[in-house]
Design a protein around this ligand. Sequence first.
Ligand code: NAG
Ligand code: NAG
Ligand code: NAG
Ligand code: NAG
Ligand code: NAG
Ligand code: NAG
Ligand code: ZN
Length: 431
Amino acid sequence: MVLPVLSALLVLPFLVLAHPTPNSDGPEVVKRSLPSRWYQERGHPVEKLFMRQTEPTDGVNYPAIGSPQWSQGYPPVPPDPTQMPQEWTNALNAAVNAGKIPNIPPSTSTNPQNPTPVYEGVNPGDPSVCSASYGCRAPGDIWDAPNGTIGISFDDGPSLGSDLLYTFLEGNKIPSTHFMIGTNILNNPTLFSRAFQELHSDIAVHTWSHRYMTTLSNAEVVAEFGWTMEIIKNSTGGRLPRYWRPPYGDTDNRVRAIASEVFGLQTIIWNHDTLDWSLTTQGGTTAEAINASMTQWLTGPKSPGLLILEHELTDNSAQAFIDAYPLISTTGWNILSTAQMEGQTVYLNSKDGLSPVQPFNGVLGAQYSNTPTTSSTVVPSSTAPPPAPSNTTANSNTSQSDKNKNGSTQSFVSKLAGVLGGMILTVAFYA
Ligand SMILES: *[C@@H]1O[C@H](CO)[C@@H](O)[C@H](O)[C@H]1NC(C)=O
Ligand SMILES: *[C@@H]1O[C@H](CO)[C@@H](O)[C@H](O)[C@H]1NC(C)=O
Ligand SMILES: *[C@@H]1O[C@H](CO)[C@@H](O)[C@H](O)[C@H]1NC(C)=O
Ligand SMILES: *[C@@H]1O[C@H](CO)[C@@H](O)[C@H](O)[C@H]1NC(C)=O
Ligand SMILES: *[C@@H]1O[C@H](CO)[C@@H](O)[C@H](O)[C@H]1NC(C)=O
Ligand SMILES: *[C@@H]1O[C@H](CO)[C@@H](O)[C@H](O)[C@H]1NC(C)=O
Ligand SMILES: [Zn+2]
């Protein structure tokens, strides 16, 4: 596959940047003037007093998105599998002991010229391994949209292109699924809230730290899924995503089995690739090339339907979708979010972001099963007005909450510096 080759080439040199000191003050280029905002950003102590949960929840009272209580429990990149909840390890061991997880050796991806994972002693194309990086389509994986349908989705958010994209999606009432990176949710809580609470977009899993999943140990795979499921669950009123998309499209029967046996996750890949992530990189694709591909796909046959890989990484990648949308909307396609095109529920325990949420007895549900879920603990909210308006356009630089757990004692300037550092980190690591 071209994508893994190119993207890993570009990503690998930057990997070291993904491990700065957590409280680094970031670059010196900081605006000294106050932002032109009249409301408190999410996570501010005052905002919490007025925070309303408008969506129905599973009865658990989750901390406000972006608050210190919300962010404090999550691990750094990459997550240490020896530090994950015992329930997850138990669930993995039970699945292995039941013979549900194929004993396929982890691949390696060490050659920067060709990062496509390499296997030793097994054939990646064999149905018993079925590496998607080698084009093997396993039964149950979704590569195509239904005939006549275009499934809309965006990967790698929340990120720098999200504000522009969300404004367009909202303005045009376009349904979409966001395959989100767990650490990007942690670093961009306001954008996450916008996607989930304002757009009512569907949220799906794109792993905690965006690595080649087939190169990881079973326990590392569990940690990548588990923390992403957990932050989505704790930020959506208890919803557990049904779908995940592998970074670089890299999965095999072992990773697939862990996804489905331990977490109930189904795999969604794609059948067309815009390469839009490379718009901002030297030697990458161009807006003209994407325009030509999009035109060809959108005006071409309607079976199978279109499942086009797109990103919310930068304004450029968001703009590629925005430019194509007039043609998408006038070529007779049934426009659905990727998570809704199969007719299943978006979440394992809820139809979508607005429907009731059932307490869940999976591995993530189990650890909270002692929490009372009687109706008295439900936040009364269905008739409450929506959250305080927030101008996310004006707010785009300051809305990104930093990861610092002691934010309340930071000066605004050092906070903003941390924010900018975090944004640079995001670009460097995921572009
Ligand atoms: C997620 O929410 C549950 C229930 O409130 C809580 O027990 C758990 O600690 C939260 N997870 C994290 C990482 O904060
Ligand atoms: C989709 O279209 C193809 C080609 O026209 C056809 O063979 C197939 O049966 C269709 N699938 C469904 C589910 O209708
Ligand atoms: C391609 O570019 C042309 C000229 O700007 C524009 O009219 C058309 O809508 C674009 N199509 C797509 C699919 O982006
Ligand atoms: C955000 O920061 C960038 C870089 O400093 C700047 O170019 C842009 O104008 C800022 N946007 C807003 C809305 O302040
Ligand atoms: C949000 O802020 C932007 C930039 O300052 C401004 O152009 C826009 O009109 C504002 N929107 C609202 C709803 O206030
Ligand atoms: C927060 O910062 C204050 C002042 O620097 C310090 O005394 C306190 O221990 C910090 N708390 C945490 C949880 O880091
Ligand atoms: Zn990705």
